[in-house]
Design a protein around this ligand. Structure first.
Ligand code: NDP
Ligand code: GDR
Length: 344
């Protein structure tokens, strides 16, 4: 049976990927920056599971910016596949902390690649590598975006992800490393961090329904995003590493939505009218915005057989239900459309 190493295992994607790989029979080693203080809440179900599962899931505390630690971790865990998901993943925050963002994403990825290359060279082993790239690399390039679309990043985050993407391709070409860049569009879930717009909206709608707050401050409402479900997207990461040749893939639903649609569904599930609660706050805006991302995942459909299974409405409904349930509430049933009156 195979062994996988996941950096960033305590994040949204890391938790879904660990579950998915364990279901496939893998032994999974996860690198988390912090283990104490509630930092691994997304892994609680995994850690609470049966003895057999526990023995195939191992957590390691450390930082991808620590080269010696990384090398030892790879040498000791002997992975067949390494998924590099660790990083500062908030685009807005990357304008406030550009150097830290660049360090962990660009330099951090270079350090993971170099530790992996050194391990492979010394041991003669082959390890397949997945790099968590982002649609933010497309930035200003108009939709639909696919593998041939020029990159034009519009944030320190996008610039750093592009450097990591290029570094991965260099290690593939220079050393024959089996390395794949996933170019993933936005994907969400009930485990999404609370500072991303989908979760910020579902959490606020639930809290407003519970009488715990009244206002939701948001930034630019004019943008459009291609939102999928994280559970579908981690399956695509794995599929990329099961191919005969390493290649890069766009992963997306092919449908974009406005933030107004997100608000309509989420607040509707809570029995609320979002227009009575949402306020514009310039502090939530970014110095530079990516207006419209909508991916074309045709290559992934053709070569990987990958297609998303969870649509936008079902995704937001699931997130809404989870946030309401945390407060002891249930979603309002969608109103049945009124029967049309026949007129002569
Ligand atoms: P999260 O922010 O939920 O997870 C990222 C994880 O990386 C966190 O647990 C974080 O820990 C950890 N991390 C940060 N810095 C370091 C470090 N120096 N060493 C070790 N671990 C570190 O992101 P997602 O799960 O949503 O995304 C996973 C990856 O995919 C990220 O790289 C993201 O940029 C990328 N991506 C995500 C997309 C999405 O829509 N979700 C789309 C495209 C790409 P801590 O909490 O302690 O900071
Ligand atoms: P994004 O996700 O920047 O696309 O990056 P986010 O949910 O943060 O923003 C989506 C869009 O909504 C606009 N927006 C707001 N965003 C936040 N967070 N908070 C607000 O109050 C708000 N108001 C409007 C944003 O400006 C933006 O246009 C996500 C991350 O997961 C990245 O790591 C990943 O690479 C990309 O998706 C693909």
């Amino acid at each position: 049976m195979k062994t996988a190493l996941i950096t960033g295992v305590a994040g949204q994607d890391g938790s879904y990927l660990a579950e998915f790989l364990l279901e496939q029979g893998y032994t999974v080693h996860g690198l988390a920056r912090r283990i104490e203080g509630g930092a691994i809440w997304r892994l609680a179900p995994l850690l609470a599971e049966s003895d057999e599962t526990e023995r195939r899931f191992f957590l390691h505390e450390g930082d991808i910016l620590d080269a010696g630690f990384l090398r030892r971790l790879i040498d000791e865990t002997q992975p067949d596949e390494l998924y590099n998901l660790a990083g500062q993943s908030h685009v807005g925050l990357s304008f406030v902390q550009p150097a830290r963002t660049m360090a962990v994403i660009a330099t951090g990825t270079a350090m993971v690649l170099e530790a992996l290359h050194a391990h492979c060279r010394a041991s003669g082993r082959q390890v397949r590598f997945y790099q968590a790239g982002s649609s933010e690399m497309f930035g200003a390039s108009p939709p639909p975006q696919n593998e041939d679309t020029p990159f034009h990043p519009r944030s320190p985050y996008g610039v750093a992800k592009l450097a990591a993407h290029n570094a991965t391709a260099v290690y593939r070409d220079a050393y024959g490393l089996f390395a794949c860049n996933g170019i993933l569009f936005n994907h969400e879930s009930p485990r999404r961090g609370e500072n991303f717009v989908t979760r910020k909206v579902t959490l606020a709608a639930a809290r407003i329904a519970a009488g715990m707050q009244d206002r939701l401050a948001l930034g630019d409402l004019s943008v459009r995003r291609d939102w999928g479900h994280a559970a579908d997207y981690v399956r695509a990461m794995w599929l990329m590493l099961q191919q005969e040749e390493p290649e890069d893939f766009v992963i997306a639903t092919g449908q974009s939505h406005a933030i107004g649609e997100l608000l309509e569904i989420a607040f509707g599930q809570a029995g609320l009218d979002w227009r009575r609660h949402v306020v514009a706050d310039p502090a939530c805006r970014r110095p530079l915005e990516v207006d419209h991302l909508c991916g074309d995942a045709g290559k992934a459909a053709r070569l990987l057989g990958w297609r998303p299974t969870i649509g936008f409405e079902a995704l937001i409904a699931e997130m809404m239900e989870a946030d309401l349930a945390r407060l002891g509430l249930q979603p309002v049933q969608a109103a049945q459309p009124a029967p049309r009156l026949m007129t002569a």
